[in-house]
Design a protein around this ligand. Structure first.
Ligand SMILES: [Zn+2]
Length: 535
């Protein structure tokens, strides 16, 4: 089938703009862009194509989320919404959990998510006692919005094997009350293990249909935001099976580039499995999160839980892992937020990458929150790619400002990174924050926190550079710049139709732009009306 798309503004993101002249029309043939350029030229080669007129809408390349957690988005979409401002205080959270208990099958934990203690009226974490009141007698868990902490009730603590008097586990910590008893809050490693265990237990209980349905639910949500490709930053054996089932059933609404969790590298097949499912990278965590104040930093945090954060691996151990995966042909993607963690990761990359420079596998740093100037210089010299999250600025920025009172203007320094020559890919880390890239694009331009302060005014990007994070730059981060990321002849026909031009309107209005359609391989996977045939 051929489609001639006309009467639209085309933001091609091609660099440099093609010699053909202004993009006024686009011809889609067999799922690829056959031509794009002046209307008369495109029409001349579009004999017999079905004409789609867009009434002046804007066509941009399909948006790419270079780091999110697709299965978690689907899984937590089903959990009780305990986010702020929707649940302003602990009483509201308790009511939501009690409500969720009624629809949670036996054997599964009652689950809520999305809270941030510093946004709660009480300005503290809910405790095991709060959760016991809401859900007595059966396990309940409440995940922090950062997904680097959670709260358990007494039944869940017991089932997880956590007891009073137990020392902090490696790579993590327990919250404790004034008598030293567990207060129910669990940080980092044991929390990841819990989420992974619960997710996989619940996934394993699901039929292929349900698992694939969960992927489908996440995919519907992402496509409604204009996202046509996503890196899943947490791929494991069970979630790969769910993606593969969804792919086989034709339910994948995004191209999925899986980052296989490092200890699952032998349990998940590697390669390009189809046009929509590939697994060519591994994921390693070097430290914790910024909003949970567990990112490994030099110095210490002036806010609870204090300390200097948590480093998952010593330098030599991390270097050995990177060397092994590099030798096996994997792209390595390492979560690193604090300056101490980023330093360790750069040491590991420097030890493994060729001495003459170059980073052929495009090894990445995920997040890079406190990548200060001396680290930026090193990362640029090594050719490291960064996948980061502009949307953290409005979602979590006030928490960053509290945790980094002296250096908050240097966090997520997108403009400095780009000036140093680093490829910076945009992403959401959803469900940590919304997956909506319109929020991320606005935040990359304005850098305004929820309370309205501007974090790092010198790090604000132009609208074009902000859009590039989610298109051309993210495509490079996935080794897919020959196929996606810009509207050019020969590339896949992945594009998003908006009801306004994000490069022209006031940045504040970008999140209000309507997504009219998200198109993959020339076929709509989402549309709000019926402008395209075959949706
Ligand atoms: Zn993540």
């Amino acid at each position: 089938m051929e489609l001639l798309v006309e009467d639209a503004t085309f933001v091609t993101m091609a660099e440099p703009a093609g010699p053909a002249g202004p993009a006024e029309a686009m011809l889609v043939r067999d799922g690829r862009i056959a031509a794009i350029g002046p209307a008369a030229q495109v029409r001349a080669v579009a004999d017999g194509a079905q004409v789609v007129r867009l009434d002046g809408a804007t066509v941009i390349p399909g948006l790419i989320d270079a780091h999110c957690h697709v299965t978690d988005v689907g899984y937590l979409a089903a959990a009780a919404d305990c986010s702020q401002p929707s649940a302003p205080g602990i009483e509201a959270i308790k009511a939501r959990l009690a409500d969720a208990a009624g629809r949670t099958p036996d054997g599964s934990w009652v689950t809520g998510g999305g809270y941030a203690e510093y946004k709660l009226r009480e300005n503290r974490h809910p405790t095991r006692a709060d959760l016991d009141q809401a859900v007595p007698g059966r396990p309940a868990v409440l995940y922090h919005t950062s997904l680097h902490a959670c709260v358990l009730n007494t039944a869940a603590l017991r089932e997880a094997g956590f007891a009073d008097g137990q020392p902090d586990p490696p790579g993590g910590a327990f919250g404790r009350d004034s008598e030293g008893r567990l207060d129910g809050v669990v940080y980092e490693a044991p929390m990841f293990a819990l989420l992974a265990r619960n997710l996989h237990r619940d996934l394993a209980r699901m039929s292929d249909d349900t698992g694939s349905g969960l992927i489908g639910a996440a995919g519907r949500k992402l496509s409604s935001f204009g996202i046509s490709s996503a890196c899943d930053a947490d791929l494991r054996r069970e979630t790969f099976a769910a993606f593969a089932a969804a792919d086989a059933a034709g339910h994948l609404r995004q191209r999925i580039y899986g980052l296989i969790v490092h200890d699952q590298a032998d349990a998940v097949p590697r390669g390009r499995h189809s046009g929509r499912l590939a697994t060519e990278a591994v994921k390693i965590w070097a430290d914790g999160g910024m909003s949970s104040r567990t990112a490994a930093i030099h110095g210490s945090y002036p806010v609870p839980p204090y300390g200097s954060g948590i480093l998952s691996f010593e330098r030599d151990e991390l270097t050995a892992m990177v060397r092994d995966f590099d030798a096996r042909g994997f792209q390595v993607c390492i979560h690193a937020q604090g300056d101490r963690a980023i330093e360790t990761v750069l040491d590991a990359y420097a030890a493994v990458l060729p001495a003459g420079g170059g980073n052929p596998r495009r090894h990445r740093i995920e997040h890079g929150g406190a990548m200060y100037p001396y680290l930026t210089e090193r990362a640029a010299a090594l050719g490291i790619v960064i996948a980061s999250q502009p949307g953290f600025l409005s979602g979590l920025g006030d928490g960053f400002a509290a945790a980094f009172p002296d250096r908050h203007d240097e966090l997520y320094a997108f403009a400095s990174w780009q000036r140093a020559g680093i490829t910076v890919a945009g992403s959401s880390d959803s469900p940590v924050i919304t997956a909506d890239p319109r929020i991320g694009i606005r935040d990359a331009i304005l850098r305004r926190t929820g309370d309205g302060r501007v974090l790092g005014p010198d790090e604000r990007l132009s609208a074009r550079k902000a859009l590039a994070l989610y298109t051309t730059q993210a495509a490079i981060a996935c080794h897919r710049e020959d196929e996606i990321g810009s509207l050019e002849p020969g590339k896949l026909a992945d594009f998003t139709v908006l009801d306004g031009n994000p490069l022209e309107i006031e940045p504040e209005r970008i999140p209000g732009l309507g997504v009219l359609a998200t198109v993959l391989d020339g076929t709509p996977v989402y549309q709000s009306g019926d402008i395209f045939p075959g949706g």
